[in-house]
Design a binder for this molecule. Structure first.
Ligand code: FAD
Ligand code: NAP
Length: 315
């Protein structure tokens, strides 16, 4: 029989990495973190972060996360680049971690920190032109629009911050927002309003994104029945995030633990879920503040409580 892990960590963003460090530094010997993509999580796609304590300069998300793996793996955390397909619990009271390629691993405890992903807007043309003018990542794709005009959809922190970033590359940035008030922080809204490369297109919805075989040519905006044609080759969509909870979905269609109606994991202040031995940390959990610092804090809390749980098993 293959080795049983003390702890499996699913997701290698700020929450998973911090959980890994606290678990191994706290004495757990056999801890594996599974990450299907880039270590560091979604912040690695952000062009800038200025609210992580101790980092006094504005840095990119990639720069912020660069040193985390080296530090957290110093204490014995193992890492596998693999996608976890499902977490379930067997009659032996152990968790089954099903990994892509039909691999199965058993673990005594699990911290799920699979984070969140960009939501689609549902606008006509979004799917058709994804990767051909429609993007969810300004850091990744902004350069394709050097000295060109682009449009951004959304009115939250992500939309406004990425709009500011794109003004360094593009000739003009339209922010198309369905209301005239923003969810973004007041400081960011002020910076946007002062930037003369940004035009705010408010109280407006996108009817469709259109183009041809070469990609996007523009988008049709509707404001109280009046149409406007914005002829831009690039559209960036930042309309919020959805949690990655698929790993908790069981074969019978139920979730492994209690979930909110929005699909977030219900966890208490110790990051304990309704299922003993299963913890949740970061953006995936209910009421998450969706900040790097908070995800890291959750990871630490979850690991400390996983250690307590394992000690209880051995008593
Ligand atoms: P994530 O960072 O989402 O990491 C989850 C990880 O799990 C991912 O790497 C993913 O690949 C992996 N994963 C998912 N499913 C599986 C699976 N089945 N198997 C294996 N691995 C899996 N926060 C701030 O504090 N300041 C900012 O300035 C800021 N700017 C942002 C800008 C943008 C554009 C975005 C999108 C977010 C920003 N945030 C910011 C929010 C911040 O990035 C998140 O709150 C934080 O990354 C959440 O961390 P997490 O570890 O919970 O999840
Ligand atoms: P968000 O705060 O949920 O904002 C989403 C925006 O998109 C809202 O303005 C919303 O409009 C709009 N929207 C939603 N669905 C739409 C649709 N179908 N069509 C058109 N517009 C639509 O999302 P976010 O900006 O991605 O941020 C997510 C979380 O990460 C937040 O908690 C945020 O604070 C955090 N974050 C923090 C930072 C930072 O700390 N610097 C940076 C980025 C993100 P309405 O306003 O009308 O609902």
């Amino acid at each position: 029989m293959s080795e049983i892990l003390d702890l499996a960590i699913v997701g290698g963003g700020p929450a998973g990495l911090t959980a890994g460090m606290y678990a191994t530094r706290g004495g757990l010997q056999n801890v594996v973190m599974y990450e299907k993509g880039v270590i560091g999580g979604q912040i690695t796609k952000s062009s800038e972060i200025e609210n992580y304590p101790g980092i006094t300069q504005v840095v990119s998300g990639l720069e912020l996360m660069e040193k985390w793996p080296e530090q957290v793996m110093r204490f014995g955390l193992k890492y596998e680049m693999a996608e976890v397909v499902r977490i379930s619990k067997g009659s032996d009271n152990l968790f089954d971690i099903s990994i892509e390629g039909d691999k199965n691993v058993k673990a005594k405890s699990v911290i799920v920190c699979t984070g969140s992903n960009p939501k689609k807007s549902g606008v006509e043309g979004e799917d058709e032109f994804y990767g051909k003018g429609v993007s969810f990542c300004a850091t990744c794709d902004g350069f394709f629009y050097k000295n060109k005009e682009v449009a951004i959809l959304g009115g939250g922190d992500a939309a406004l911050e990425e709009a500011l970033f794109l003004t360094n590359i593009c000739s003009k940035v339209y922010i198309v927002h369905r209301r005239d008030e923003f969810r973004a922080s007041p400081a960011t809204v002020q910076r946007v309003k002062k930037n003369n490369k940004i035009e705010l297109v408010l109280n407006s919805t996108v009817k469709k994104i259109y183009g041809d075989i070469s990609g996007v040519n523009g988008l049709i905006i509707d404001k109280n029945g009046d149409e406007r044609d914005l002829k831009v080759p690039g559209v960036f969509v930042f309309v919020g995030m959805k949690v990655n909870n698929e790993v908790l979905l069981q074969k019978d269609g139920n979730f492994l633990c209690e979930m909110s109606k929005n699909g977030e994991v219900i966890a208490d202040l110790n990051m304990k879920t309704s299922l003993r031995g299963l913890f949740a940390a970061g953006d995936i959990r209910i009421d998450a503040a969706k900040q790097v610092i908070c995800a890291a804090g959750d990871g630490a809390t979850a690991a400390i409580n996983a250690i307590n749980y394992l000690e209880g098993l051995h008593e």
